[in-house]
Ligand binder design. Structure first.
Ligand SMILES: NC(=O)c1ccc[n+]([C@@H]2O[C@H](COP(=O)([O-])OP(=O)(O)OC[C@H]3O[C@@H](n4cnc5c(N)ncnc54)[C@H](OP(=O)(O)O)[C@@H]3O)[C@@H](O)[C@H]2O)c1
Length: 264
């Protein structure tokens, strides 16, 4: 925890600024993220952006635009999830390993009745996932289509029970609603969507996201990087967000917004 910064609570404005010093168990910080409605499925997205809106830096991954404050919240949000959900583009680009509950955070997780193991779920049409994820004793859940060329290969490689066909309306594409429903069927109802922009946009468009945690990194990077949502069409209607809190450390702003669900 030595390189973890203290976080200032800037909002809500009706509370005095508090400083959340790093703590081994992160109980205070976790409490800021555990006031959601009890029961049911909850989808929380966690992303990082530069101040000029880029979802990556020049390295084409998020590693160059995040930092210790973002990492503090990132770890806590993982500890509060049953499953981390990503698109295959993110799993490949960010070199996702099999996931463990972040060190020191098992107690906060247990206090909320969450299971010992943190699952990783990956959405893919191609089935092209890194060997390092598939050839382990803890492979991810793979959510794919019935027409995926590698369907049989995936089933024999990681076990048929780890491969979920989640077809929807569009041929060759996984239906985000079927993804969230399939996770919930497995008891994975606290979903942490870590992107990428393509999958997150579909989750929002399908009215599945309850909450967005977004870190603004105090950088301008220019370049061709996309934003944290990527969809060829506009969200119709645009989704309204309500700010739940805003944290700050060394110029990094970390917001938590509730997303208005159209169906609510
Ligand atoms: N700033 C941040 O917080 C953040 C977070 C995550 C990622 N990133 C960055 O974002 C970039 C990746 O962006 P991305 O938009 O390509 O990521 P992505 O959404 O993680 O991956 C896109 C891939 O996911 C699969 N996929 C998504 N929706 C699908 C659907 N409905 N049906 C079937 N498959 C589907 C496809 O995989 P297949 O190609 O295998 O079919 C697709 O090519 C990387 O540079 C990464 O570093 C940034």
């Amino acid at each position: 925890m030595a390189d973890s910064p203290a976080l200032d609570v800037l909002l809500p404005l009706d509370s005095a600024v508090r400083h959340l010093a790093p703590r081994e168990d992160e109980a205070e910080l976790a409490a800021l993220f555990t006031d959601g409605p009890a029961g049911g499925v909850h989808v929380r997205a966690n992303m990082v952006s530069t101040v000029d809106g880029a979802a990556t830096g020049a390295d084409h991954v998020s590693g160059s635009i995040n930092g210790p404050a973002d990492y503090r919240v990132f770890r806590v949000l993982r500890a509060l999830a049953d499953v981390v959900l990503v698109g295959a583009g993110t799993a490949r680009a960010e070199r996702y390993p099999p996931l463990d509950v972040p060190h020191g955070l098992r107690a906060v997780r247990a206090s909320l009745g969450l299971p010992d193991q943190l699952e990783l779920a990956i959405v893919t049409a191609s089935g092209e996932l890194p060997d390092s994820l598939l050839d382990t004793d803890r492979p991810p859940l793979v959510l794919t289509t019935g027409s995926a060329p590698s369907l049989d290969g995936l089933r024999s490689r990681i076990g048929a029970d780890r491969v979920v066909v989640a077809d929807g309306g569009l041929p060759g594409a996984v239906d985000p609603r079927a993804v969230v429903a399939a996770l919930a069927e497995r008891g994975l109802s606290h979903v942490l969507a870590e992107g990428g922009p393509t999958l997150l946009a579909q989750l929002v468009d399908a009215d599945l996201v309850d909450e967005l945690c977004l870190t603004w990194s105090p950088q301008l990077v220019g370049g061709p990087a996309g934003r944290v949502t990527h969809l060829p069409t506009w969200f119709t209607p645009a989704r309204s967000l309500t700010l739940a809190h805003l944290l700050h450390a060394d110029g990094v702003l970390l917001g938590r917004w509730r997303v208005a669900r159209l169906g609510a």
